[in-house]
Write a protein that binds this ligand. Structure first.
Ligand code: URA
Length: 212
């Protein structure tokens, strides 16, 4: 795989991810799940890692978290087709429990090893704005531990001038049992996506419909 500045086509990158052994996570996953979407794309969304359904489908954000994300994008007036969607970690980290595979959070070694692929994707996609969905994505992009509660919603400027916005992960919204808290978190996610889209393309006004 060439260095990030010699950006390969995204299809080649997908093939390369299937051969990745940079950390042990490939052993328990069905396949690697690289990002998908427009290239170039002004807006790039980075999640944590594929879940059970993404691992089987080979596509990011197609399971329950993906449904929340799709709804939030729609409510923010953002067409997913013009966004590049990916994850900080390309293989599903899981623990078998009977017939189920339980999600396990990637550790910092796995996140940092997988940054190699995110760098390649960024080189291909050339986003103006990256949205880190949750702490794992933010850790990957910034290369340091991040408190989403403290650092979310501000626009950070990365060394190459790309803007970064940190916001809630859709799975966090899903996990909230208290309906008003869930609604408030969802509205924050929608607002962040709208704000990031407006920053990626200032001609496009943030058109957030805060409807759950
Ligand atoms: N959670 C993520 O972070 N990414 C996915 O693709 C699915 C669930």
């Amino acid at each position: 795989m060439p260095a990030p500045h010699r950006a390969p086509p995204i299809a080649d990158l997908w093939e390369e991810v299937q051969r990745c052994t940079r950390c042990p996570l490939y052993r328990d996953a069905t396949q690697g799940v690289a990002g998908e979407g427009g290239t170039p794309a002004a807006l790039m969304l980075v999640g944590e890692q594929p879940g059970d359904q993404e691992d089987r489908a080979g596509r990011p954000f197609v399971g329950p978290a993906g449904q929340i994300l799709d709804k939030a994008l729609t409510d923010a007036g953002v067409d997913r087709a013009r966004v590049f969607v990916t994850n900080a970690v390309k293989h599903f980290k899981n623990e078998p429990r009977g017939k189920r595979r339980l999600h396990r959070r990637p550790n910092t070694h796995e996140i940092d090893r997988c940054r190699w692929w995110l760098d390649h994707e960024i080189a291909i996609v050339r986003p103006k704005v990256i949205v880190a969905l949750g702490a794992t994505a933010a850790r990957s992009v910034l290369g340091r531990p991040v408190s989403v509660g403290r650092e979310r919603d501000a626009i950070h400027i990365l060394p190459d001038g790309t803007k970064l916005m940190i916001t809630l992960h859709p799975s966090y919204v899903l996990r909230l049992r208290d309906a008003p808290a869930r609604r408030a978190a969802y509205d924050q996610l929608v607002a962040a996506l709208g704000q990031a889209d407006a920053a990626a393309d200032p001609a496009r006004k943030a058109t957030t419909r805060l409807v759950a």
